[in-house]
Design a binder for this molecule. Structure first.
Ligand SMILES: Cc1ncc(COP(=O)(O)O)c(C=O)c1O
Length: 385
């Protein structure tokens, strides 16, 4: 973690504090008024910079944007009402009819669904596993290279500097989902990525009480996106959710340190269990991407998967229901530990194309003591055996 990130609770906030208040006010304004029509006209022409109407900007949302831009080391950030709002607006802003998108590694399912949706507008895409696959699949009309690192479900590691150098040589723009690491543990813009997206609904929010998203990058790419896709899709973040994101950021460094410690302890325990075929956690030295991960990341979050020693979906289901401290649910990155298994939630045909085995289980390790969580897993694994 970079030294100044420890103060991310205050990063981007104006000094002095308003009335000495330790928390900024929440601007519950849908609109802002002006003294003359000329002033309003000028503001409307510059609506991404002046406060006119909440769907454009709002001071509380603006503050979160400044804080996230500072944390990611980007020039500017734009917040959305969800991670998918940020992802769909970002991809749309970068491609036009006739363009091709390269997708490197496994990515979040709805992002792939969005790329499929874009086919009706003449935008095609190809999924590849590595840089050799990129070299084979790249076309004269390829415009965007999109990826996550660590990757979705398998938590494979992409060498970010290598991939962005390759893309830059070919004139491609790169966009990356950095939700897994948070900007505390990985700063892709400093490794050549053009635009970084996050779901704020995970670790950054941290309390499973909001849905939000953000895109961060240079002004030259954020400004057109803010003036078109942001305004027209209408996926604005509410000031109340922005206030919750500010609260999440105040404790992000200590929460991430605790998530990292507990996640690694649980992963190391599972790795040595006879009923477990393997653990996909890039923080484990046994992970194939570990060396690259420690070079480009300063820490590890606590979302990972492992494979139970079974090919029966029923046994996977029985294992999940035995757990007491891991609640069964989607999403991740909150204070509470969660468990999910694609064998029970993803159609078999889709799972097969993703190469996900029946026994794969995903854990989001929360802030409970590691011993408690390990004991819980131990009991459930014993019954499975
Ligand atoms: C890696 C990743 N990116 C993006 C998203 C989408 O975020 P949201 O649910 O805030 O739209 C998710 C949600 O699970 C995710 O796991």
């Amino acid at each position: 973690m970079h030294d100044d990130d420890w103060i991310c609770g205050r990063l981007g906030e104006d000094e002095p504090w308003i009335l000495g208040a330790v928390n900024p006010p929440v601007f519950e304004n849908s609109l802002f008024t002006f003294d003359s029509a000329e002033e309003l006209g000028a503001a409307i022409r510059n609506e991404d910079e002046r406060y006119v109407y909440w769907r454009g900007t709002n001071p509380t949302v603006d503050l979160v944007q400044r804080k996230l831009a500072a944390l990611e080391r980007g020039e500017r950030a734009k917040c959305f009402g969800s991670g998918m709002g940020a992802i769909s607006a970002t991809i749309s802003s970068l491609v036009s009819a006739g363009d091709h998108v390269l997708v490197l590694g496994a990515i979040y399912g709805p992002t792939t669904q969005f790329l499929r949706y874009l086919e009706k507008y003449g935008v095609t895409h190809t999924h590849v596993d590595d840089l050799a696959g990129c070299a084979e699949a790249v076309r004269p009309n390829t415009r965007l290279l999109y990826f996550e690192s660590p990757s979705y479900m398998a938590y494979g590691v992409v060498d970010i500097a290598e991939v962005t150098a390759w893309a830059r040589e070919r004139g491609l723009v790169t966009a990356m989902d950095n939700t897994w690491s948070t900007p505390l543990f990985q700063k892709p813009l400093t490794m050549g990525v053009d635009l970084v997206v996050h779901s704020l609904s995970k670790y950054i929010g941290g309390h499973s009480d909001l849905v939000g998203g953000v895109v961060v990058g240079p002004e030259r790419l954020i400004r057109p996106l803010a003036l078109t896709e942001y305004q027209l899709y209408g996926a604005a973040m509410s000031p109340h959710d922005a206030a919750k994101v500010i609260k999440g950021l105040r404790t992000l460094p200590v929460r991430m340190a605790a998530h990292q410690e507990r996640g690694l302890a649980v992963a190391a325990y599972l790795e040595n269990h006879p009923s477990v075929r393997g653990v996909n956690h890039p923080g484990l030295p046994s992970h194939p991407g570990h060396a690259v991960a420690v070079r480009q990341m300063t820490g590890f979050s606590s979302l990972f998967s492992f494979e139970l020693d079974t090919d029966s979906a029923d046994r996977v289901g029985a294992f999940l229901t035995k757990l007491r401290h891991f609640r069964i649910g989607v999403s991740w990155g909150g204070f509470e530990s969660l468990v999910n298994a694609p064998a029970l939630t993803v159609e078999e045909s889709v799972r097969a194309t993703m190469g996900v085995p029946v026994g794969l289980v995903r854990l989001s390790v929360g802030l409970e003591p590691a011993d408690t969580l390990i004991k819980d897993l131990d009991l459930a694994l014993e019954e499975l055996a």
